[in-house]
Ligand binder design. Structure first.
Ligand code: HEC
Ligand code: HEC
Length: 155
């Protein structure tokens, strides 16, 4: 390997500037440190906020939808309702075979179709985790302002 040496004029200037700045620090105005804060505050992603004090809405009848394709909001609490590999608590009431006895709305027939378009006789894997789409509501204030308006056909 050849020994490195300053070759270009620019490199020489840079080396000189470095040498000078080492002796006399330049007092250029330092940019002020930006303090970033996300909606979840400064809490790292691998930690959860403790109890927020927000209350889930009391059980009530089905909510109005804001657009026709909207996954309906969950009109009841879901505390302790587990969805695991072996158990889906929601299907205890919402399955076609359970709905009559439970009084719950049957899952939509769209939920039986696989990604490839095949119709199954039970919930499709892509619809298994109900609360990726269906969510209950709390009395929490909105985090950001929204100008969203209900679809005209549903107003
Ligand atoms: C103990 C029975 C029961 C369980 C368990 C249950 N639900 Fe329900 N759910 C109901 C009933 C009953 C209604 C209908 C309320 C009404 O019509 O007044 C309902 C309504 C709903 C609706 C509204 C449907 C509409 O047309 O607006 C959604 C969405 C829903 N549930 C989702 C879920 C999800 C997701 C879970 C699991 C996390 C779940 N439910 C677990 C009984 C249950
Ligand atoms: C990928 C998103 C998604 C998942 C996951 C999902 N749903 Fe839905 N759900 C929807 C949408 C969108 C609608 C409204 C349009 C439709 O019927 O497909 C709906 C409609 C419904 C309805 C109303 C049916 C009606 O006749 O009005 C019920 C009840 C329901 N879902 C329950 C469930 C349950 C229980 C699960 C879990 C086993 C689940 N959903 C999983 C998106 C989802």
């Amino acid at each position: 390997m050849k020994p490195t040496r300053p070759t270009t004029f620019l490199q020489l200037i840079a080396a000189a500037a470095l040498a000078i700045s080492a002796v006399a620090p330049i007092h250029a105005a330092e940019p002020e440190a930006v303090k970033l804060q996300s909606l979840r505050g400064g809490l790292p992603l691998n930690q959860d906020h403790g109890s927020t004090g927000f209350k889930q809405e009391r059980d009530h009848g089905p909510s109005d939808r804001d657009f026709v394709q909207q996954p309906p909001l969950i009109p009841h609490t879901v505390q302790g309702y587990q969805i695991t590999k072996n158990v889906n608590k929601c299907m205890d009431c919402h399955a076609f075979s359970k709905a009559k006895a439970s009084g719950a709305t049957r899952v939509s027939v769209t939920h039986f179709k696989t990604r490839e378009g095949q119709e199954l006789d039970n919930i499709s894997p892509r619809r298994y985790f109900c609360n990726t789409c269906h969510v209950p509501q709390t009395d929490a204030k909105p985090l950001v302002e929204s100008t969203f308006q209900r679809a005209r056909g549903l107003q």
